[in-house]
Design a protein around this ligand. Structure first.
Ligand code: PLP
Length: 383
């Protein structure tokens, strides 16, 4: 049996969603924009999910827009928000990096610390030097390869001093693991995705506060034009089932306290790794989201993709970096751009793999993985 340790790439659909899946399939199939009773039922299903997210994230329901996923949400915001300067980090997910470049706005790339976290002093300096410009800051809440958490609150506080600032954050890896209070944060926009939290693929959200909505609508900027769904920002018949399951996935995670379980597994994994002679964590003792480990085997000569394949032969799914990088061939050719941006030596980065846990893993699986890693270290020892 395969053990799945690649939960930062995607997660298994929560088996507890199955009943809801079949119920929705049977009972809520109509077009949510039809005015008959079945249509109204579908619309109500979407609006209930929207209300749930508004309550969960502490914002207004009409600030939540459902999309096909976080790539879409990030693309829309980064490419359409009218600004003179984008400030972001080279450790963002590729959908933010590529959208920022595609926007053709000038970009300031922030330097990072060894955990791929942005440099606040530099951020404030750039903002103060560009006071007269409209600035968009886009920094992820938690990094998908190394798990580090960025202080987004501190960026949002700068808005009190600099009125020209808009703050967006990719919250994909943070959702459901860290409490996100958007009102308290006073953030302008966030993105999130269902398939990272045991929800279905192909559904996500974009939060836009009133201020950013105002600027986008003033310029008549919509992601998809058509029937005017999602307040005109994203036309097209909504994915009723996906949206409802997205909300339900969070509700189940709260009821079953999944995040606590991942915290416990994180501690178990971390203690084992720190006690091991061969395993070196690239992200050891600092504030990170639970469940993401970036590590290498000190005495093993295998490169990261060779190690991933060897682990696969032993029935463990792990990753050599962001799943999206592998589509571009990056994962096969070069070391992770996130690790490089964090200043990790190339000889280490090219050996480093990501292991990401979920509440569906257990300590026995972790023990088995460690045994196999030990075996591989011995079989493929550096000379
Ligand atoms: N942002 C981060 C941090 C991610 O980890 C991912 C998924 O790989 C995405 C964005 C893209 O999300 P989606 O697959 O929903 O487009």
């Amino acid at each position: 049996m395969t053990t799945y340790f690649d939960n930062a790439a995607t997660t298994i659909l929560d088996p507890a969603l199955q009943d809801e899946f079949w119920r929705l399939n049977q009972e809520v199939f109509a077009n949510p924009n039809s005015i008959h009773s079945e249509g109204k039922k579908a619309k109500k299903t979407i609006e209930n999910a929207r209300d749930f997210f508004a309550q969960y994230l502490n914002c207004q329901s009409n600030e939540i827009f459902f999309t096909s996923g976080a790539s879409e949400s990030n693309n829309f915001f980064l490419k359409s928000y009218p600004c003179d300067l984008v400030i972001t980090s080279p450790a963002e997910h590729s959908c933010v990096l590529e959208s920022a470049k595609a926007s053709k706005n000038p970009i300031h790339w922030l330097s990072l610390d060894k955990h791929a976290r942005y440099n606040f002093a530099e951020l404030e300096k750039v903002i103060s030097e560009n006071k007269d410009k409209k600035i968009l800051v886009s920094i992820m809440f938690a990094n998908n390869e190394i798990g580090s958490i960025n202080d987004i609150q501190k960026i949002c506080e700068l808005k009190k001093k600099y009125a020209n600032l808009i703050v967006h954050s990719d919250c994909v890896q943070a959702l459901s693991k860290i409490k996100l209070d958007l009102h308290k944060l006073d953030i302008d926009s966030i993105s999130a995705s269902a398939h990272k939290i045991h929800g279905p693929k192909g559904v996500g959200l974009l939060y836009l506060n009133k201020k950013s909505q105002g600027i986008l609508s003033l310029k008549n900027l919509a992601l998809i034009h058509g029937g005017g769904q999602e307040q005109g920002f994203r036309s097209g018949t909504q994915n009723v089932m996906g949206i409802a399951l997205f909300a339900k996935a969070i509700q189940i995670a709260l009821e079953k306290n999944y995040s606590q379980k991942v915290y416990e597994l994180d501690k178990y994994f971390s203690d084992k790794a720190l006690a091991s002679e061969d395993i070196v964590l690239n992200n050891p003792s600092f504030d990170k989201i639970p469940g993401i480990f970036n590590l290498y085997l000190k005495n093993c000569k295998l490169k990261k993709e060779e190690l991933v394949l060897q682990l696969d032969l032993n029935n463990f799914c792990v990753s050599s970096g962001s799943a999206c990088s592998s589509l571009k061939g990056d994962a096969q050719i070069i070391s992770s751009y996130v690790l490089r941006a964090a200043g990790i030596e190339n000889t280490i980065a090219e050996k480093s793999i990501r292991i990401s846990l979920s509440s569906f893993n257990n300590t026995q699986e972790i023990d088995n993985l460690f045994k196999i890693m030990q075996k591989l270290s011995a079989n493929f020892a550096t000379l």
